[in-house]
Design a protein around this ligand. Structure first.
Ligand SMILES: Cc1cc2nc3c(=O)[nH]c(=O)nc-3n(C[C@H](O)[C@H](O)[C@H](O)COP(=O)(O)OP(=O)(O)OC[C@H]3O[C@@H](n4cnc5c(N)ncnc54)[C@H](O)[C@@H]3O)c2cc1C
Length: 276
């Protein structure tokens, strides 16, 4: 079968690997608009359950990826200054670029070429194919153009998120909630390499609006890895130039010496649902 995949994110790469293993005679090509060494975001998390699914579907890929993962047997919930470790919730994580780089090699070794820096914006550009897979992420034009056929709906949620990378190595996947005069700030943070963590701050829209009316600094778990440094969550205010869209290819993920604002934008949470 002639299969063309738009997007070399985790979904497109994994689909290509499964199809090629299922039948090596498939002619598969992946188109990716970004360069090989570019991505956005910092770490990616897998639950133990997700890894079980991966092991069940592709044991070879499971053994290929797992030596690169950071692991914790528990999650931690922090409410103001109270820490509550919750056992029995195993998670693992990896840098997003590292995951993608490993997956590129994996599918290429299976005989699937990836055409980097090739943006596909219409089905005509692809030409003849038995199957075209739209794996081009949350803002997929293929999904948007075919919502009725695919039975999907898109629902923009109002919460604001901002992603940071930090050199502070957190001990477990942690959810930190802090009550402030402006409202509740929630941080999701976890180590994805021995020396790097993702630090994501989420607020409700009302909190974000209240915090935007003045300088706001609050201690939210020392994201920059320095005891006295405070989380500059004032970065949530103001800059709305990327409103409504998660920035793409924002950085080449050079490890940041301190907490780093990924491009200064903020993302709204977009929920894409398959009906029925
Ligand atoms: C900032 C951020 C941080 C995140 N952190 C985590 C996390 O810690 N843990 C976690 O589990 N999940 C995280 N997520 C969610 C996770 O990244 C997504 O669930 C996952 O990446 C989805 O994979 P995907 O392959 O469907 O799409 P994507 O990873 O978005 O991949 C889509 C690919 O398609 C390419 N593409 C798009 N349009 C075109 C086009 N027209 N032509 C060619 N190529 C195109 C894009 O460049 C991209 O490489 C995060 C998301 C964001 C935005």
């Amino acid at each position: 079968m002639k299969i063309r995949i738009i997007g070399a994110g985790p979904a497109g790469l994994y689909f290509a690997a499964l199809m090629k293993q299922h039948d090596p005679s498939h002619d598969i090509v992946i188109y990716e608009r970004n360069p090989r060494d570019a991505t956005w975001g910092f770490g990616v998390v897998f639950s133990d359950r997700a890894l079980e699914f991966l092991k069940g579907d592709d044991e070879q890929l499971y053994h290929y990826l797992t030596p690169h993962l950071e692991n914790w047997p528990e999650i931690t919930v922090v409410h103001n200054d109270t820490r509550i470790p919750i056992a029995g919730n195993g998670f693992a994580s990896i840098g997003r670029l590292e995951l993608l780089t490993l997956m590129y090699r994996y599918v290429e070794q299976l005989g699937v070429p990836i055409r980097f820096e090739t943006e596909v914006n219409s089905l005509e550009e692809i030409g003849d194919a038995d199957l075209v897979v739209g794996a081009n992420g949350v803002a997929s034009w293929i999904r948007a153009e075919n919502e009725a056929k695919l039975g999907t709906t898109t629902d923009w949620r109002p919460n604001k998120f901002i992603w940071y990378g930090t050199t502070k190595a957190f001990n477990s996947l942690t959810l930190t909630f802090r009550e402030t005069g402006q409202g509740v700030f929630c941080a999701h943070h976890y180590r994805y390499r021995p020396d790097m963590s993702t630090f994501l701050v989420e607020v409700e829209e009302d909190t974000w609006r209240r915090a935007a009316h003045g300088p706001f600094f609050h201690r939210l778990g020392h994201p920059a890895g320095h005891g006295r440094r405070r989380c500059a969550v004032q970065g949530l205010q103001g800059n709305r130039r990327r409103r409504g869209a998660c920035p793409r290819a924002l950085s080449r993920t050079a490890p940041a010496p301190h907490a780093q604002d990924l491009g200064g934008g903020q993302c709204q949470h977009r929920v894409v649902r398959k009906n029925g």
